[in-house]
Design a protein around this ligand. Structure first.
Ligand SMILES: Nc1ncnc2c1ncn2[C@@H]1O[C@H](COP(=O)(O)OP(=O)(O)OP(=O)(O)O)[C@@H](O)[C@H]1O
Ligand SMILES: [Mg+2]
Length: 261
């Protein structure tokens, strides 16, 4: 275990298995996530993408296999354990409290990180000022940090959720379909934010059904099918047609045979 060359690997999954009753959700999945990179996990419905994220985030516990973070083996029993290890998850829309402002959402649940003289003593104005600076540092455009986030657009809300996940010293951020509910313009803004996080040195894992987006954003593509990793590719060394073939298990030759032209 000590021979692991972990310098450039932020997160390593080794032979992860997870079963739900009779369903094998993950059947021996091994993926290395290089530091400061974006890995997209793609695959058809039920391939095991969300289960993979849940195991990394501590929401689910694997039946067998190992997880290493920065070369250290970890066993996450709860999301809080993963958070302690620097792994944050952006759940689509679910993380925000609608009735609270963008600033309040940003600081929510972070009280103890502030330690002595912390949030309890922070004045609202100071918190708002800090929130404005934080959103600006991530190029997240929030019209006002003082209004409930229910009044923000989908993209702005996703920006708040991402800032909330990554502003507190996390190393790894997991995004499950971060733009699934967004229009083209909003999607582009969220993609800018994700690209900005790469420049800040974060390691990102993105589940996306949007292959155009996967090719725009990712450094690597992990293709899953029926609980197995089919391939872990460098994005620059592959193309959408090859990835689709791996996702479906239908070769491009078969596809040509089936298509009209
Ligand atoms: N809590 C659960 N109980 C029972 N079966 C589950 C549970 N969660 C996932 N599964 C099953 O495990 C398999 C993998 O599911 P998972 O949610 O990881 O797929 P996915 O790749 O995220 O799919 P999608 O693209 O539809 O989100 C599926 O067959 C699914 O039905
Ligand atoms: Mg899923």
């Amino acid at each position: 275990m000590s021979e692991l060359v972990t310098e450039d690997i932020a997160l390593r999954l080794s032979s992860i298995k997870k079963r739900y009753g009779g369903v094998v959700a993950l059947d021996g999945v091994s993926i290395d996530f290089p530091r400061n990179s974006i890995t997209a996990i793609v695959g058809d419905n039920g391939a095991g993408k969300s289960t993979t994220l849940k195991i990394i985030s501590g929401a689910e516990y694997p039946d067998s296999g190992e997880i290493h973070v920065n070369g250290q083996q970890v066993r996450f029993r709860a999301p809080e354990d993963a958070r302690q290890a620097g792994i944050e998850t952006v759940y689509q829309d679910l993380a925000l409290a609608n009735n609270l402002t963008a600033a309040e959402n940003l600081f929510m649940g972070r009280e103890e990180k502030w330690g002595i003289g912390g949030l309890a003593f922070l004045r609202q104005k100071k918190m708002q000022k800090m929130a404005e600076e934080i959103f600006e540092s991530f190029s997240i455009n929030v019209p006002s940090v003082k209004v409930p986030v229910s009044g923000l657009s989908g993209g702005q809300r996703q920006g708040v959720a991402i800032a909330r996940a990554v502003n507190w010293g996390s190393d790894v951020v997991l995004l499950d379909e971060p733009t699934a509910a967004l229009g083209v313009t909003e999607t582009a803004k969220v993609e800018d934010v994700i690209n900005g996080l790469r420049e800040k040195g974060l390691t990102q894992v993105i589940v996306s059904h949007n292959l155009d987006q996967v090719f725009r954003l990712s450094d690597r593509i992990a293709v899953m099918r029926r609980g197995k990793l089919m391939a872990n590719l460098e994005t620059s060394q592959t193309d959408p047609q090859s990835v689709v073939a791996l996702i479906t298990g239908i070769t491009s030759q078969d596809q040509n045979g089936l298509s009209d032209g």
